[in-house]
Design a protein around this ligand. Structure first.
Ligand code: NAP
Length: 297
């Protein structure tokens, strides 16, 4: 029986582990991947005092710090969560773990466009991770879909690898931060506004049909790769029957990160929050661990 079980090994979970162990709580982090989605960010410009660090290095530092303080880590796939009783039970592929409290820091998973052939083309032209797959497209033509921070930073990253990068956004205004929008201006990335990808062609992918939503005009782009960066959805599948969620399926917490279930807390991208950044995920993790620890008293 652990004092605090933390599910998820991204910035929220790792920071929660740092705070929980500093509060002398027996802490186990269960995660499939150390660092979570943040670990594949190729460049992070907005984490205080560590400009231009990459996600792998940043989350590795968090992991090392949590281990040095005494946090235990289990790399495993979680298959079942039973959170409503006073003992929280987490089943993984290799065992069953119990805790007096539970911090949910499972983050979110990438969203798909929902086009015919999208699943089959994964690894044959479609990717959801420019950092992971960008190098397969050296001196090729690629497109990126989306208008947020991920899409713009992916497009900028790919512009250094690919011969041509086309960025397709459904509006004429980006959601991404001003610094990324400004960096895009001299990057050579071709921006196609007010447009959506309507059809995928070839296997491996060889072309996309793009429709302009304002004019109805359709263009066929010959490309070698399509990077989908249209946001993500919270990983709540294993807990959604028990926990209070917003309409968009984010976990509702109070400002102390308590959920509607006693002894269960949420932190980071999985919870309803106005800002989803590494630094805010860390802050959530710290608050969740402090609250969990003081509630155990
Ligand atoms: P996001 O901010 O939710 O942006 C998703 C983008 O995809 C939006 O531009 C949206 O268009 C578009 N989109 C959504 N569904 C679509 C669809 N079906 N077809 C076409 N376009 C679609 O997601 P994100 O860029 O992954 O960022 C997620 C969070 O992580 C944000 O808080 C972001 O700031 C953060 N982040 C931070 C960093 C960093 O700190 N360096 C890097 C990456 C991400 P609309 O604009 O029209 O809604």
């Amino acid at each position: 029986m652990h004092d605090i079980l933390i599910l998820g090994g991204g910035p929220a979970g790792l920071t929660a582990a740092i705070y929980a162990t500093r509060a002398c709580r027996d802490t186990l982090v269960i995660a499939e991947q150390v660092g979570g989605a943040a670990s594949i960010a190729h460049r992070i410009d907005n984490y205080s005092a560590l400009p231009k660090i990459n996600g792998y290095d940043l989350t590795a530092k968090m992991y090392d710090q949590s281990v040095s303080l005494g946090a235990k880590h289990k790399s495993d796939k979680i298959v079942k969560i039973t959170a409503s009783g006073s003992t929280k039970v987490v089943e993984t592929e290799s065992g069953i773990f119990e805790g007096r409290s539970l911090i949910l820091a499972l983050g979110s998973r990438y969203r798909k466009i929902g086009l015919d052939g999208e699943d089959e083309l994964l690894g044959s032209g479609i990717s959801y991770c420019a950092t992971c797959d960008g190098n397969f497209f050296k001196r090729r033509t690629v497109a990126v879909v989306g208008g947020g921070d991920t899409a713009l930073s992916d497009a900028l990253f790919l512009s250094k690898i690919a011969t041509k990068v086309i960025l397709i956004h459904r509006r004429n205004e980006f959601r991404a931060s001003a610094s990324l929008v400004s960096a895009l201006q001299n990057s050579g990335v071709e921006v196609v506004y007010d447009s959506i990808v309507e059809k995928l062609q070839g296997n491996p992918l060889s072309a996309i049909i793009v429709r302009n939503l304002k004019t109805g005009c359709v263009i066929n782009y010959q490309i070698d790769g399509l990077f989908v960066a249209i946001g993500s959805d919270p990983c709540v599948d294993l807990i959604k029957e028990e926990i209070a969620l917003t309409d968009s399926k984010y976990i509702i917490t109070d400002r102390h990160m308590r959920t509607n279930i006693p002894g269960v807390y949420a932190a980071g991208d999985i919870r309803d929050t106005p800002l989803r950044q590494i630094i805010t995920a860390c802050a959530d993790g710290a608050i969740a661990a402090e609250t969990a620890s003081s509630d155990l008293k």
